[in-house]
Ligand binder design. Structure first.
Ligand code: 5GP
Ligand code: ZN
Length: 114
């Protein structure tokens, strides 16, 4: 539900977040429990639970934002690489049911498991 959704509240500015990017379709903000420094979430502004429910143009906007942001985050964090992950469904580890991509900066030998 859009009304109760934490990410919709972040998008509307009702819950504080550290936003690092916004355009007409997409918002990106830092994960509140980062698994590595610079861990970022990229979300569509329209409330959609799962990746496969996005319209093609919405999916394109989302992945284009990920593509644009990932190297900038890597450079800003002095990282060596990055993971891009989207969890869909409780069994897959999804906790917030507003589709999102995780961008996780990776550092040589950081032992991070995602
Ligand atoms: P999921 O497991 O659904 O793929 O990931 C949800 C992510 O949202 C988690 O990494 C979690 O730390 C993050 N998260 C949960 N609540 C909040 C919040 O209120 N603010 C921010 N910035 N991130 C959140
Ligand atoms: Zn939502």
């Amino acid at each position: 539900m859009t009304g109760d959704c934490i990410f919709c509240k972040i998008i509307r500015g009702e819950i504080p977040s550290v936003k690092i990017y916004e355009d007409e379709n997409v918002v990106a903000f830092l994960d509140i429990y980062p698994i590595n420094p610079g861990h970022t979430l990229v979300v569509p502004k329209r409330h959609v639970e799962y990746l496969h429910e996005l319209k093609d143009d919405e999916a394109a906007a989302l992945i284009n934002a990920v593509k644009k942001l990932a190297p900038r985050i890597v450079e800003a964090m002095g990282a060596d690489g990055y993971n891009v992950v989207t969890n869909n469904g409780r069994a897959a580890g999804q906790v917030i049911f507003h589709v999102h991509f995780h961008i996780v900066p990776r550092f040589e030998d950081d032992k991070c498991r995602f």
